[in-house]
Design a protein around this ligand. Structure first.
Ligand SMILES: NC(=O)c1ccc[n+]([C@@H]2O[C@H](COP(=O)([O-])OP(=O)(O)OC[C@H]3O[C@@H](n4cnc5c(N)ncnc54)[C@H](O)[C@@H]3O)[C@@H](O)[C@H]2O)c1
Length: 308
C-alpha cells in the first residue's frame, strides 16, 4: 500500500501556540506519518501555550490515531520579525515575555537546532505564521510602517527561514508555507498589506525553489488554504463570514477543516512529492477556481443539493 511515511524525519513547525490553527494540524499530521516535531513559538504566546500543555488541556488534540500522545521534541522561542538577536530593540529584549527566553531570533533558533541535532538534523520546515498590525485597515489606508511589518513578519521571515535552515537539511529536505487567495484576488477586509505579503510569499516560493533547489537540493512550496477560524484569523474580524461564504460558493460544499491542510502538507513534504517544488497548492474545497458566486446556497448550481 502506498502510504505517507515520515519515519525518522524531523520537522520544525514555526507558528504554533495553540491547537486551533493550521500549524498545529500540520504538526499533528506529520507526527501521524511518523515524523518527530519541533516547534517555533512566538514569545508573547509561549507562556500560555506551555501552561495549556502542562495542564493537559490540549491532550485530546494531541492524541494520535495509533495511540499515545504527540510530544514535541523541542519548543523554541521564535520571533520571526528578527533575523538576529541584535536586530531586536533592547526594550523588547528586556520585556517580560522575552527576557528569559534566550535568543529568539531566526538565527538563534537555527543555532539551537544545530546544537541539539547536529549539522544535518532537519528534514522538514513549515512556516505557518503571519502578522499584520493594520490588517483591519484597507490597503489604501495602511501606513508604510504597518505595510512593511506585515511583509517583514509574514513573507521575509520565510526567506530567512530557508536561508538559515536549508544548510541544516538532510537530502530530500522540504520547506512549506501557508498563503491565502487575497494575494491574487480582492478579499475586502484582508488589509494592512497582508494581501501584498501573501503575494510576495508566493512569488518568493518560486524564486526560493530555484535558489535553494540548486544550492541545497531542497524543495519549497506553499499551500493556499481556505478560511479557518484560527486565533490569527479571528483577529481579522470577518472570518465567520468568509467561512460561510466559501462553504456556500465552493465546488465542494463540505466543511473545510484544518486537517485538510495537515494531510496535504504531509504529502507535500514527503518523498511522494519529490518532483513538486516552486508551487502554490490550493487546499480550499476548490473555491479559488470560482468566477461567480451562487449568492447563497442552492440558488445557482444547487450548492446544497449537489444537483447541476
Ligand atoms: N486562518 C485562515 O483563514 C488562513 C487562510 C489562509 C492562510 N492562512 C495562513 O496560515 C498561517 C497560520 O495561521 P493560522 O490562521 O493557522 O493562525 P494561528 O494563529 O494558528 O497561527 C499564526 C501564528 O503566528 C504566530 N506569530 C505571529 N507573529 C509572529 C512572529 N513575529 N514570530 C513568530 N510567530 C508569530 C502566532 O503566535 C500564531 O501562533 C498564516 O500564514 C496565515 O496567514 C490562514
Amino acid at each position: 500500500m502506498l502510504a505517507i511515511d515520515l519515519t525518522g524525519k524531523r520537522a520544525l513547525v514555526a507558528g504554533v501556540a495553540d491547537d486551533a490553527g493550521f500549524g498545529f494540524a500540520i504538526a499533528k499530521a506529520l507526527a501521524e506519518a511518523g515524523a518527530s516535531i519541533c516547534l517555533g513559538s512566538w514569545p508573547p504566546a509561549l507562556n500560555i501555550f506551555e501552561t495549556l500543555l502542562e495542564r493537559g488541556k490540549l491532550d485530546a488534540s494531541l492524541t494520535l490515531s495509533r495511540g499515545g500522545k504527540l510530544a514535541f521534541e523541542r519548543i523554541y522561542p521564535l520571533d520571526a520579525a528578527f533575523d538576529t538577536l541584535e536586530d531586536a530593540p533592547a526594550e523588547l529584549r528586556e520585556s517580560k515575555r522575552y527576557r528569559e527566553r534566550g535568543d529568539f531570533s531566526i538565527r538563534g533558533m537555527a543555532d539551537r537546532l544545530r546544537q541539539d541535532f547536529g549539522d544535518q538534523g532537519l528534514d522538514i520546515v513549515v512556516h505557518s505564521l503571519a502578522n499584520g498590525p493594520e490588517v483591519k485597515r484597507a490597503l489604501l489606508d495602511t501606513s508604510r510602517k504597518g505595510y512593511l511589518e506585515a511583509v517583514s513578519v509574514s513573507a521575509y521571515s520565510n526567506l530567512a527561514l530557508v536561508r538559515e535552515l536549508a544548510p541544516l537539511m538532510r537530502a530530500g529536505g522540504a520547506f512549506l508555507s501557508l498563503t491565502y487567495l487575497a494575494s491574487e484576488r480582492v478579499i475586502p477586509g484582508y488589509g494592512g498589506g497582508m494581501s501584498s505579503a501573501k503575494a510576495a510569499l508566493e512569488s518568493d516560493t518560486r524564486t526560493l525553489a530555484w535558489d535553494a533547489g540548486r544550492r541545497f537540493g531542497v524543495r519549497v512550496n506553499t499551500i493556499s488554504a481556505g478560511p479557518l477560524a484560527s486565533r490569527a484569523a479571528s483577529a481579522i474580524g470577518l472570518i465567520e463570514r468568509m467561512v460561510q461564504y466559501v462553504k456556500a460558493n465552493a465546488p465542494l460544499p463540505r466543511d473545510f477543516e484544518a486537517m485538510d491542510v495537515g494531510h496535504a502538507a504531509a504529502f507535500l513534504v514527503s518523498p511522494l512529492a519529490a518532483g513538486i517544488t516552486g508551487t502554490v497548492v490550493y487546499v480550499d474545497n476548490g473555491f479559488h477556481s470560482m468566477g461567480m458566486a451562487v449568492q447563497g446556497p442552492g440558488t445557482v448550481g444547487g450548492a446544497e443539493s449537489g444537483s447541476t
